[in-house]
Design a binder for this molecule. Structure first.
Ligand code: HAM
Length: 418
């Protein structure tokens, strides 16, 4: 039995100092979203299960194996959201008039009952976007460019954009039939799972990791073979728009994505720093039924845990160090404590990060605490300083100490901290 002090398997506490990296990524992400004029939407974590079962596709792994679904006391079938898109579509469907051209982003936990391993959690976090509107290859490219801008803002290198097309929803029957016709004569060479997929979900044969299936798939003509000319042109326009936006990409003819709602452009971002779970992000254009309304759009989800696994140590240490330096107030006696309490408020109000001991500990214990909390400066106030209207300001890095008039402490610290 798991100890009560442990979090559930596949779900982790994000603690200091790592949480500072998260915060920096979030701050930078919000800046990028602002530049692209995307607005934040915060949808609930718990949704009606049907929001997901109706849109992700019965054969998708998420629906078949990974949903945390349960019945409420009132008998409703609900689930913890396994991804963001379907929930956002539920929201958009309820406000379609105002949200026809919405550019939305979200950041938060998602839940999938998977076998945990490096880069694969049961509670993980996605930064996602959904840009509502009818098919437009340029729009798809702009959303990919937004994703590239995020990676740049995060100083994340080594990410590769892989793109492909699934064609329009109208192309699907011809594409699936064409694929089946090609694969049936070689059925015996496919793994058991893919033999089943031939009937149920033939597209997924394309991204099977089994090398034998890979050989068969490599010999297949591209999916565009069975698409209408408009869809082929759409894909060509996507590629030229990506070039115009300056986003490098590679084409991956085996990329299909595991969710049924996609059509036209699909993409994944991989990193060679990730190992088996190498997808940093996935996205694509979709068409979905939500509350009896058909909604079209394009978006992506970035796995934040995987971003952290990909970021270099050097960048992460810099992000952690970006926190403003700590000022620690140390008092020798009760009177000094009273003066410091006032300074505590004044310095904080001016934007400095400040703390002091409030439990009445000895000077020695206070100095120890300042060291433990990695204070950059200590402000010492004893009897002699009180009499002179001064404080001793100690630089904990250099060990140097100077007397500063109490009345100018704020200005001196602000200057040093800037
Ligand atoms: P997805 O490919 O299922 O797409 O997930 C997006 C990203 O979430 C993955 O590339 C991965 O980085 C991360 N991720 C997924 N599962 C886990 C896990 N168990 N542990 C850690 N990270 C994980 C979607 O969710 C779509 N809603 C994306 C989208 C938005 N398409 C259009 N709009």
């Amino acid at each position: 039995m798991a100890k009560i002090s442990q979090s559930l398997q596949g779900m982790t506490d994000i603690e200091t100092p790592e949480v500072r990296v998260w915060q920096t990524l979030e701050v930078r992400a919000r800046e990028v979203m602002d530049r692209f004029d995307f607005q934040e939407i915060r949808t609930p974590i718990v949704e009606m299960a049907s929001v997901y079962t109706h849109s992700l596709g019965d054969t998708s792994e998420i629906i078949q194996k990974q949903m945390y679904a349960f019945e409420t006391r009132g008998g409703k079938q609900v689930c913890l959201r396994p991804e963001g898109t379907a929930g956002v579509m539920r929201y958009v469907a309820g406000n379609l008039q105002e949200l026809q051209e919405a550019r939305l982003f979200y950041l938060g936990p998602m839940f999938r009952a998977e076998r945990p391993q490096k880069g694969r959690k049961r509670q993980f976090h996605q930064l996602g976007t959904e840009c509502i509107g009818p098919p437009s290859a340029r729009q798809d490219a702009e959303v990919i460019a937004l994703q590239a801008a995020l990676f740049e803002a995060w100083e994340l290198d080594g990410a590769e954009f892989q793109i492909n097309t699934r064609g329009s929803a109208e192309d699907f029957p011809a594409v699936l039939q064409g694929l089946r016709n090609e694969l049936l004569p070689r059925r015996g060479e496919l793994c058991e799972e893919c033999q089943r997929r031939l009937e149920e979900n033939v597209l997924r044969v394309l991204d099977c990791k089994n090398p034998a299936c890979g050989e068969v798939v490599d010999a297949l003509p591209p999916l565009t073979t069975w698409m209408e000319a408009e869809s082929v042109a759409y894909y060509a326009e996507l590629k030229s728009a990506l070039e115009a936006f300056g986003v490098p990409f590679v084409e991956n003819k085996r990329l299909v994505r595991g969710l049924d709602y996609y059509q036209h452009s699909i993409w994944e971002v991989t990193s060679d720093r990730l190992g088996a779970q190498d997808a940093l992000a996935g996205g694509g254009r979709y068409r979905m039924q939500a509350s009896n309304k058909q909604i079209e759009g394009v978006g992506f989800g970035i796995g934040m845990e995987r971003v952290l696994l990909t970021l270099s140590e050097e960048v992460q240490s810099r992000m952690i160090a970006e926190q403003s330096p700590l000022v620690f107030l140390v008092a020798q006696n009760e009177e000094a404590r009273g003066v410091h309490l006032q300074s505590l408020s004044d310095l904080r109000q001016a934007g400095l990060r400040v703390r002091m001991d409030l439990a009445g500990k000895s000077m020695k214990a206070q100095m120890k605490a300042a060291g433990r909390h990695q204070a950059r400066w200590v402000v010492l106030l004893g009897e002699a300083e009180l009499a002179a209207g001064q404080v001793q300001l100690r630089d904990m890095e250099s060990g140097e100490q100077e007397a500063v008039p109490l009345s100018s402490l704020l200005n001196v610290l602000l200057k040093k901290a800037s």
